[in-house]
Design a protein around this ligand. Structure first.
Ligand code: WTA
Length: 652
């Protein structure tokens, strides 16, 4: 990992300045209270005594059922209204929302918008080849989805089946997801960069009989043989009966008996497809996320609650309005792609960008060129890409007109102060709020983010800050006791259920209970640590299983990395054996003394850019047998480099 040079004193000064300006803004804010919650959120018109964002949040938590009932009735189209808002018990890990209700997710994402504005653009496919974007209207996307739904039905896919989708981010992938939703099948999107073994493991666990793929993928100017990967994977998947193959490139690929040419067959289908009436709690999709050991977990999301939560967060965290162009650059293989490229924007009748390329192809100006060309209003990306782009210099950003931008989002890992400031100052020219959004595959949608808030409310760099409507975060100490004061750090848990949460782990409810509900009985445990500031704002400090104990203080990797960014160092943070700090100081103001440092060209990262710290820890512990599930690694060679580097350090 290359870290840009910055001196520590500047860092400390910046963090002090941050504190000063934060409290100054706080005073400014108190002087005003002109917020009209009904104008802000029409659903809240009937909530008594609610004026202001804080009051609306309080209401959403204290009158959770009223809040979610009103939002669900108004924001979703129901075939049959629900009987009960919720039936949840966190102590039992039971989560059910809107039971008795029936709806169809694809109707909510497509048909209702086709009725009001058929020619509105639903998707802008930003293809890998720069400047060759393709637009699809709601009418076209509905047609594509219906043809695909009919095709799947004709080939025996039924309600309750699970279809594995191994495709790059493209319109047919979106239509495949929606076609599954239309006919009541669950989908299981597997990131189209995973190896055949990783794919096979997910197909087997999901018990899919149908796979949808493309002949070849195109990303960063490189061709990948996706069909070939599927061929290799299905060798060890006896459940697979059929593989639908779409054509991303002209190249013909070998077709076996089980293979079906997707576009050709779609053309034979009708453009009308009867939507299945689904129960609120029927499965919408599985999405696998890597577990720290052993098998990946297939998290299960259901229909109504998930869709509602994705739609509401998309609308309010990003301030999305009709006519805006929303640019989430995450791959559809991740939960971010599910919730903020597909379901949230489409449920809101929005225009969403499907980004097929990489931030540096054909050059490091790709994102901003795209912002200019597509007139993107909200841009949602990952800190790892931001840090990469900082290295190439501001000129790649400034070259392009970014005046369309109104909000910048960040997700996936803590955004260090330097990256936050660059994003805000250089990309957003200081005029776009930066929303550092904290959430997980398990949470379905954003849980903590600076927005929504009152227009002049402060935003503190590098902090996710405020819980979303209906979200009640709490911090726990190591003994499992609730930490009630501010200016404190602990394990981040949720004290109340919300509609977007995952319902189980496919085929392994016990693991679901053990991972998320047993550690702190009565609470949902996120696995992350957080700091709650004096003002009550949350800052995520990183995975708790990555915590380092320094002189009795638990320090998260985010805090260390924020400080370490000050040096030109290649470092992994497991040899930190001492630290000097003052008790009152916020952890990130620690001065760390690093006794042993290993230099590495790169760190082992997942495909979505997260550092696989447990792998580093195992290397440091010389436990090479226990490296665990490596299927989500971007480049396994990085692990070998680290192992070799570690051997050199030891031999010194
Ligand atoms: C981390 C991605 C700090 C966190 C949506 C979480 C973050 C894990 C942030 C989930 C953030 C995500 N600040 N850390 N804004 N957003 N994380 O399931 O550790 O791929 O538990 O979902 O990413 O990753 P996942």
């Amino acid at each position: 990992m290359w870290l840009p040079c910055r001196c520590t004193t500047k860092y400390v000064a910046a963090s002090i300045r941050r504190g000063v300006s934060a409290s100054f803004l706080h005073v400014l804010r108190r002087g005003r209270s002109s917020w009209n919650s009904a104008a802000f959120m029409p659903e809240s018109a009937g909530f008594e005594g609610v004026s202001g964002r804080d009051a609306l949040h309080d209401y959403s938590v204290s009158h959770s059922e009223n809040f979610w009932a009103a939002v669900a009735r108004q924001r979703l189209n129901w075939i049959r209204p629900f009987d009960a808002v919720q039936d949840c018990d966190l102590s039992q890990g039971r989560i059910k929302w809107f039971e008795g209700g029936k709806l169809n997710v694809s109707v909510n994402c497509l048909d209702r918008h086709v009725h009001t504005c058929p020619e509105r653009v639903a998707l802008i496919w930003e293809r890998d080849e720069r400047g060759s974007e393709v637009r699809y209207t709601y009418r076209e996307l509905l047609e594509m989805t219906c043809r695909l739904g009919n095709l799947l039905r004709r080939h025996g896919v039924k309600k309750g089946d699970c279809v594995t989708i191994y495709m790059p981010t493209c319109p047919l992938a979106v239509a495949s997801m929606l076609a599954c939703a239309r006919i009541g099948a669950a989908h299981n999107v597997v990131f189209a960069g995973f190896s055949s073994e990783a794919l096979a493991e997910r197909i087997r666990d999901a018990q899919s009989s149908t796979v949808i793929t493309v002949n070849q993928g195109v990303r960063g100017g490189k061709i990948t043989e996706l069909k070939r990967t599927v061929d290799a994977a299905v060798q060890s998947c006896p459940t697979v009966r059929q593989v639908f193959v779409a054509m991303r490139t002209e190249k013909r690929v070998e077709m076996a008996d089980r293979d079906i040419a997707l576009e050709e067959e779609m053309l034979k289908e009708d453009v009308v497809c009867e939507p299945a009436a689904m129960d609120s709690e029927d499965v919408l999709f599985l999405l696998y996320t890597s577990g720290s050991t052993g098998k990946p977990k297939g998290l299960v999301h259901t229909q109504a609650g998930y869709l509602l939560y994705a739609a509401l967060t998309h609308r309010y965290v990003f301030g999305y309005h009709d006519g805006d162009v929303f640019g989430c650059v995450a791959d559809i293989g991740w939960i971010t792609g599910h919730s903020y490229t597909v379901y949230g924007p489409l449920a809101n009748g929005g225009t969403t960008v499907l980004f097929e390329s990489t931030p540096v192809y054909p050059d490091p100006g790709r994102y901003w060129d795209m912002v200019e060309r597509l007139r993107i209003n909200q841009f949602y990306g990952a800190p790892t890409a931001i840090r990469l782009l900082i290295r190439y210099g501001d000129q790649w950003v400034k070259k392009y007109d970014r005046s369309s931008l109104t909000t910048l989002g960040s997700v996936g890992e803590p955004i260090n102060t330097e990256a936050w400031e660059w994003y805000n100052r250089v990309v957003g020219e200081g005029r776009c709020p930066v929303v550092d959004t904290w959430w997980q595959t398990e949470t379905g949608g954003i849980c903590i983010a600076p927005k929504p808030s009152e227009p002049d409310a402060e935003i503190v760099p590098g902090m996710a800050m405020r819980p979303f409507f209906g979200i009640k975060p709490v911090l726990m100490d190591t003994e499992g006791k609730l930490l009630t004061s501010n200016n404190t750090s602990g394990a981040l848990c949720m004290a109340q259920p919300w509609p977007g949460m995952a319902r189980t782990i496919h085929n392994n409810h016990q693991r679901f209970l053990e991972t998320y509900f047993h550690p702190y009985p009565g609470y949902f445990f996120t696995g992350d640590g957080a700091y709650r500031s004096q003002e009550g704002y949350y800052q995520i400090t990183g995975r708790l299983d990555d915590v380092i104990n320094v002189s009795g203080h638990r320090i998260g990797t985010a805090e260390i990395e924020d400080v370490v960014v000050s040096f030109t160092l290649f470092l992994y943070p497991y040899h930190i054996c001492d630290a000097v700090c003052s008790d009152e100081a916020h952890l990130s103001d620690f001065i760390l003394i690093i006794s042993v440092t290993q230099f590495a060209k790169r760190l082992p990262k997942t495909r979505s850019g997260k550092i696989m710290r447990r792998v580093l820890r195992k290397v440091v512990d010389c436990d090479l047998e226990g490296l665990g599930d490596l299927s989500t690694l971007d480049d396994p060679a990085a692990v070998q480099e680290i192992i070799e580097g570690h051997e050199k350090v030891l031999s010194k």
